[in-house]
Design a protein around this ligand. Structure first.
Ligand SMILES: C[S@@+](CC[C@H](N)C(=O)[O-])C[C@H]1O[C@@H](n2cnc3c(N)ncnc32)[C@H](O)[C@@H]1O
Length: 305
């Protein structure tokens, strides 16, 4: 990076020039959203966030800042998703550490968290005042869903689980970042789905929420996903339904009598999963859309709401 023509005082480069140059380099290399990515990278390198970047755009860049930017641009040009290059990404009210050990949290999963919060509120309304709702985020990855529940509601205790030790290490780091609400969060030892909760939890979980792997082995993925994100977070088996089916069929044994299951999935899977839930004793089953209007999640309750 040189910021060739635009300097602050004839010798030093301003962030504005570096932003333009970065966007140009990314666009030339065929990076989608080159302008947006350039802003993220310049913001990270300069330490100027949001409105600060607009205000500080004509400040001269530091040598260290230019070096940081250059290193990040190289990684982005090699195809690494911008979220991993930055090392963190926003999810609802959280700024989560993310790296190749975990899936990048997606906007549709923010909607899943929203429905899990609604389920917590509905459960709390049925319980006596002051009751604590026991929730579990199964396959937590970065901790996105479970940590959001803990931060956004004070009447919930949350268990985070994952089969991947790597993912749990990232979730633990993010737990450390949320401060006081973190006292209501437990990270379970690595284990598969509900089994990770431990036998003592059987029949006592009020809310199970999960964004499990749900992509079929033969389905085509964007290179930015296939080459960089953990395959174990994406593909459960040949059909893509394997983990969803496992969760729906095992959840009743772990849920409390009036417990609720909230699951993210692909649009084409919602009818199958909703049907399966009805056949496994859930009486109040509903399908909900993501922000783009695609059916994306199933909420299944063991008693009518
Ligand atoms: C689609 S990612 C979701 C990550 C995170 N909850 C999110 O929404 O961003 C699926 C997660 O499930 C985990 N996983 C895969 N198989 C599992 C299993 N058998 N038991 C528990 N977690 C599993 C993966 O390691 C991964 O972290």
């Amino acid at each position: 990076l040189t910021g060739r023509d635009e300097t602050v005082d004839g010798t030093t480069v301003a962030w504005r020039a570096l932003l333009r140059e970065t966007a140009g380099r990314l666009a030339e290399a065929g990076v989608e959203d080159a302008a947006a990515d350039a802003r993220w990278l310049v913001s990270e390198a300069s330490g100027l966030e949001g409105a600060e970047l607009i205000l500080g755009i004509d400040e001269r860049a530091t040598v260290g800042g230019v070096r940081r930017l250059d290193a990040m641009v190289q990684r982005r040009l090699a195809g690494e998703p911008v979220q991993y290059v930055l090392g963190h990404w926003a999810f609802r009210h959280l700024d989560l550490l993310v790296d190749r050990r975990v899936l990048i949290p997606r906007p549709e999963t923010e909607v899943v968290a929203e429905h899990a919060l609604a389920a917590i509120d509905a459960l709390a309304a049925r319980r006596s005042p002051g009751a604590v709702i026991a929730a579990a985020d199964l396959g937590t990855g970065s901790g996105a869903i479970g940590l959001s529940l803990a931060v956004e509601r004070t009447n919930v205790v949350v268990t985070l689980t994952d089969v991947s030790d790597d993912a749990l290490a990232v979730a633990r780091a993010n737990l450390a970042g949320i401060g006081r609400p973190g006292t209501r969060v437990r990270v379970a030892p690595a284990g598969s789905w509900c089994d990770a909760l431990g036998e003592g939890a059987r029949g006592h979980v009020d809310l199970l929420v999960s964004n499990p792997p749900y992509i079929g082995a033969g389905e085509e993925l964007d290179a930015s996903v296939a080459d960089w994100e953990p395959r174990s977070a994406l593909v459960p088996g040949a059909t893509g339904l394997e983990d969803l089916e496992h969760l729906v069929t095992t959840a009743p044994a772990w849920l409390a009598a009036d417990g609720v299951l909230v699951l993210e999935m692909a649009p084409a899977q919602t009818a199958t999963v909703a049907d399966l839930a009805r056949r496994h004793g859930f009486v109040d089953v509903s399908v909900h859309e993501d922000l783009a209007g695609r059916p994306r999640l199933v909420v299944a309750a063991r008693v009518a709401g």
